[in-house]
Ligand binder design. Sequence first.
Ligand code: GLA
Length: 336
Amino acid sequence: MHKGWRAPGRVNLIGDHTDYNDGFVLPAAIDLECVVRSAPRTDSQMRVRWLDDENGDRYAEAVRQELALLGRADVGIDAEVTSTVPVGSGLSSSAALEVALAVALCAAADFWLEPTELARVCQRAEQRASGVPCGIMDQLTSVAGRVGHALLIDCRSLEIEPIPIPAELEIVVVHSGLPRALAGSAYAERRAACERTAARLGLEALRDATAEQVTDDPRARHVVSENARVLEAADALRSSDLARLGGLMAASHASLRDDFEVSTPELDALVTELTAAGALGARLTGAGFGGCVVALADREQATEIAARASERYRKSTGMTPTTYLCPAADGAGLLA
Ligand code: GLA
């Protein structure tokens, strides 16, 4: 009998390039998801039919290998995979795929992991399959999302605090139309720079650095200031202080653009247009170098704001943007 397992993509409201520095992030799982319908086989083969993404085999194999290292019995599956998460957009389509497949593989072998362990397995699978030394945010959000909530995650302890998103807020994601070029190599280079600075300061991670220690180092300065902004944003969200939240998103984008240098002129233009059109705040989301921006807007005006900003963006850049309104969703589980 085939069972269906689902796992969502994610959007990060604030806190980018902080997760691999043991820092803080504030993402939400979104209602775009990967679905794996699968049944155990009597042998150890994994037969997957990809209905949307023909590149998934690498990821599937990596997930299976990582689970095997933890002792999962090698029970094969017949599976069919579909996904509504756009590939290569910065909404974590690969994390959704890894998590949904991992859950299906675990279920077939009656092998269960704690949520954080499951996320770690999928993070290692991502690193194995893509070669990118990613952090834990995407996979943990896909595992642990909560409908109507953002997640404040401490990426050192992996402690998670779900924070309700005020009912009047809409999460608007706009894809810039720009594929994420060089994201992999530039990502690895940024991560290495952060680790070098931490080592030079004699710290375990930049999470432990003070603002005074990094005044002359733009990359580290971003990480330290971004961690502070995430904690402040969590506070603003808890108290529905939306103006403060919007200001923090703007400051985050500026820091990613100027200090961490992972933005592009297109992402900058989109952020400017969304803010001018009436969004409470907007910033690039995820690794950068193309992909999506996230904005928060009043629910009643969100569609209108996105349409107006997209039109102006299209005119000034010639790019074709795509808008997604993204209610916060639950993490991975059995398909209802
Ligand atoms: C990618 C990685 C995450 C995180 C973000 C940047 O999405 O997979 O681990 O580092 O970039 O915040």
